[in-house]
Design a binder for this molecule. Structure first.
Ligand code: F6P
Length: 380
């Protein structure tokens, strides 16, 4: 009997996922005579009362040209079957029962930290899973890059360069915000590639008085300033500059009072720091009009992009490797990755070690990263 594999795509969508799906189906059909069913909405689809409603059977002829398509044809969700509440409701076992009912022998999927963690839990329960890393955040270990990162950098840099050129023409300060959660890779690379004057990343907490003084110096000298900020940039709620901004600006007060909502995996829903900085800079630099500082949130514009060749090739290589592992080598519990030029794989525990920006201060400063003196002096 031919083996049956379920394909899932969990967490935030990004470029390159469809290339992985197309490649896995092609490889599995031709080399292993395997059958593939896509399951929409990842673990939410698998946990449904009627999982059949979420299925998308996929054969080689169905995936022609799929490599080039943006996002994921299987849609996605951040449903976590392993929250205390969902364990109590029996979701992990329900998913295993549904997989059994559908006759599925193993799962191949794309995911970031959270989806890989869930795949690992099912593996521990005895169900074979192999994952490929995807996220524009590039924050998973065991691989140099995750699917989606390269495309996000390319277009993010173009967009940030565009705001920089416009800011120069209008003698303004431009604040560009990018995603990345607790990792500064996206901000760092988009900032460097777009020629940002200052980049802030979550790994280097920001003292706002020093930051504003530096922006003021740049603005005075060049009559424009191009700032790239990571959504997860760490600023204290009690920073005196924030305290002042809360008093002087209703918008800052409202934005800060919006309690950060958590997703099903406990990640804070970030976003909005550029709006706060815009007002902070107006106040601290004593600018006449708020229009002198413009903010742009690249946010989701980098998630739904059509993949560049780099991500198509990576998706195809990941798809071949993941399929060979689960169907050819009969192995599982592992994440494929690229290290140098080689495609290999690492156990989930290794992949799940956080990968944040770990370059020395000197190197980061030379690239334009803002580092507060208190942080530098703390010797970290
Ligand atoms: O994990 C990828 C990511 O793009 C993060 O950078 C961002 O904080 C998050 O997703 C937002 O995701 P969503 O709103 O889709 O849950």
């Amino acid at each position: 009997m031919s083996p049956k594999i379920a394909l899932i795509t969990g967490g935030g969508d990004c470029p390159g996922i469809n290339a992985f799906l197309a490649s896995a189906v092609r490889r599995g059909n031709s080399e292993y005579n395997a059958e593939f069913i896509g399951v929409k909405n990842a673990f939410a689809g698998l946990a449904a009362d009627d999982p059949e409603q979420y299925l998308l059977p996929l054969k080689t002829e169905d995936v022609i040209g799929l490599e080039n398509r943006s996002s994921t044809i299987l849609e996605s969700s951040r449903f976590n079957p392993f929250t205390g509440e969902n364990i109590a409701k029996g979701y992990p076992q329900k998913i295993l029962d549904n997989l059994d009912r559908l006759g599925v022998d193993g799962i191949l999927g794309t995911g970031g930290n959270d989806t890989i963690l869930c795949a690992g839990n099912f593996e521990k329960m005895g169900f074979p899973t192999v994952m490929a890393p995807k996220s524009i955040d590039n924050d998973v270990s065991g691989t140099d890059v995750m699917l989606g990162f390269r495309t996000a950098i390319y277009f993010g840099a173009q967009a940030a360069r565009s705001t920089a050129d416009s800011a120069r023409a209008h003698r303004r300060i431009s604040v560009v915000e990018v995603m990345g959660r607790q990792a500064g890779w996206l901000a760092l690379e988009i900032g460097v590639a777009s020629g940002a004057c200052l980049i802030t990343i979550p790994e280097r907490p920001v003292d706002l008085a020093e930051y504003c003084a530096e922006v003021k110096r740049i603005y005075r000298k060049h009559s424009c300033a191009n700032l790239v900020v990571a959504e997860g940039t760490s600023i204290s709620y009690y920073d005196p500059v924030i305290v002042r901004a809360r008093k002087e600006s209703d918008v800052v007060r409202a934005l800060l009072e919006e309690a950060p909502e958590l997703d099903a995996f406990g990640n804070p829903k970030l976003g909005g720091i550029s709006q706060i900085l815009r007002r902070v800079l107006k106040i601290e630099l004593g600018l006449e009009k708020i229009e002198e500082v413009r903010s742009t949130d690249l946010g989701f514009t980098l998630r739904g992009l059509a993949p560049l060749a780099d991500d198509i090739i990576l998706g195809i290589r990941f798809g071949i490797k993941a399929t060979d592992i689960i169907l050819g080598e009969n192995r599982s519990g592992t994440m494929v990755g690229i290290n140098g030029l080689e495609i290999n794989d690492v156990p989930y525990e290794q992949a799940l070690k956080p990968k944040t920006v770990n370059r020395p201060d000197k190197e980061l400063e030379a690239l334009g990263v803002f580092i507060s003196s208190a942080y530098r002096n703390s010797g970290q």
